[in-house]
Design a protein. Structure first.
Length: 437
């Protein structure tokens, strides 16, 4: 399979190059040349398959030409070593719990898969060079990437995070690992961290001295594997009710829109999703686009669902590309909702009181958008993107109850914090990286 750039100045790129580079030379995002469709038989029998087997079939269609079958199977099995259950919340609304992985958030899937695929391609380079992954985080991405890449051969990860602005639970998940993971504690904001990473990717001297790449959802190896669990959601709903599966609407709490875009890919592969709903917090640039046809990025504002605080979603370019830039075509398949912090808190309380289910602030946007958007005869699945305990302070104060920390989180909290302090000055960051080259 070859890949082209959404900016259309680059085409015919192999998977290996697309994964190692992350972004195309014309600054566009890589897309597969075609999206293979799975046969009807696959969908008829999908509810009789194990998650890993169906994921392998999907992975094989997309990556089978470029990765040896045994290795691909290992990548899938290694990634999906935890369950993704579909839990009934109301008569017509189901939660796909994506938070049973090592860092209790859906990003574990993409991060683990990408680390293994990147390592595979590094080891096959003509002239082998290690790769340095730079990642700026406000919490969730750093923990998923650090844990996904821990001890993976040929890769060193640098996590940049704003000092004092990440919750203790989140901080512990990337500062206590050591080995090939270095946490850089930056005297500054998340935007400063992101600016440092961007400047590093643009710096010629640095890029000559060391191979740098990004691990956010611009990378095809991170974003595409997120399609796997959409198939599994459908399979589980089909087991519950054929009628529900035939009328499945999927709602995705969205920030950079990598997760939703993976769902669109799954649908193009033939998965019978009736339509999608994008749930946003106050950062509602996408909803505005749906309503007006105009895309106007703006700086993000902080909200309770902070992993969705994105003012210029990077995967918007992929959505435009998938629909040939047609606003009408996009609107026909995706609708949107937005919620303020007060509404998010209200939803969490109401859902807890009426159903017993504990939502995290991101999942709350998804659940509420289904409450507001489901039409007669439709059944809704929302992606519960993080475990409520990841936002323990927020969730326990909104619900006014204690939230138990899962064992995995308690273990992280016991580790010793190791960080390198940095100022938000690029020259200092560059000098530090060069000293490691
Ligand atoms: C990253 C994240 C999101 C947003 O996902 P995108 O793929 O960027 O749209 C939503 N919820 C949680 C908990 C996240 O960590």
């Amino acid at each position: 399979m070859l890949y082209y750039s959404t900016n259309k100045q680059v085409e015919g790129i192999g998977l290996s190059e697309a994964v190692i580079k992350g972004l195309a030379d014309d600054k566009g995002l890589f897309m597969p040349n075609y999206i293979p469709v799975l046969p009807d038989m696959f969908y008829r029998n999908i509810d009789k398959q194990a998650f890993r087997d169906m994921a392998y079939t999907v992975a094989y269609m997309l990556f089978g030409e470029d990765v040896h079958a045994n290795m691909l199977k290992m990548m899938v099995n290694d990634t999906l070593n935890f369950d993704v259950p579909l839990v009934k919340v109301t008569d017509r609304i189901f939660s796909l719990e994506l938070f049973h992985g090592p860092t209790l958030a859906f990003k574990d899937v993409g991060a683990r898969f990408m680390s293994r695929m990147l390592s595979y391609f590094i080891q096959r380079q003509d002239e082998r060079r290690d790769v340095n992954v730079l990642v700026a985080t406000s919490g969730d991405t750093g923990s998923a990437v650090a844990n996904g890449f821990l001890d993976v051969e040929g890769i060193h990860v640098y996590v940049l995070y704003p000092k004092g602005q990440v919750s203790p639970v989140q901080e512990s998940q990337f500062t206590t690992l050591g080995r090939n993971i270095t946490a850089l504690e930056v005297e500054g904001s998340f935007d400063d961290c992101q600016a440092l990473v961007k400047a590093a990717f643009l710096d010629d001297e640095l890029n000559k001295a060391m191979q740098l790449t990004s691990a956010n959802s611009i990378n095809v190896a991170r974003f595409i594997p997120q399609a796997f669990y959409y198939f599994y959601a459908y399979a589980q709903l089909k087991m519950i009710s054929e009628e529900a599966a035939a009328n499945m609407v999927v709602c995705v709490p969205s920030g950079n829109f990598g997760n939703l875009t993976a769902g669109l890919i799954a649908r193009r592969m033939g998965l019978p999703v009736k339509r999608f709903i994008a749930a946003n917090n106050r950062n509602d640039i996408f909803l505005e686009y749906l309503q007006t046809g105009e895309y106007k990025p703006r700086p993000s504002v902080p909200t309770l669902a902070n992993a969705m605080d994105v003012g210029n979603p990077s995967n918007f370019a992929r959505i435009l590309d998938l629909y040939g830039h047609s606003h009408e075509a996009i609107r026909a398949e995706i609708s949107g909702y937005r919620y303020t912090d007060e509404q998010i808190a209200g939803t969490m309380r109401t859902c807890r009181a009426e159903t017993g289910y504990v939502l995290d602030p991101h999942g709350a946007c998804g659940y509420q958008a289904l409450q507001d958007g489901l039409q007669a005869g439709e059944y809704g699945v929302f992606l519960e993107t993080a475990h409520p305990a990841k936002f323990v302070e927020t969730v326990s104060s909104i619900l006014n109850e204690d939230i138990e920390l899962p064992e995995k989180l308690v273990e992280f909290m016991k580790g010793e914090k190791q960080t390198v302090p940095l100022t938000a000055d690029f020259e200092a960051f560059k000098a530090y990286l060069l000293s490691k080259a």
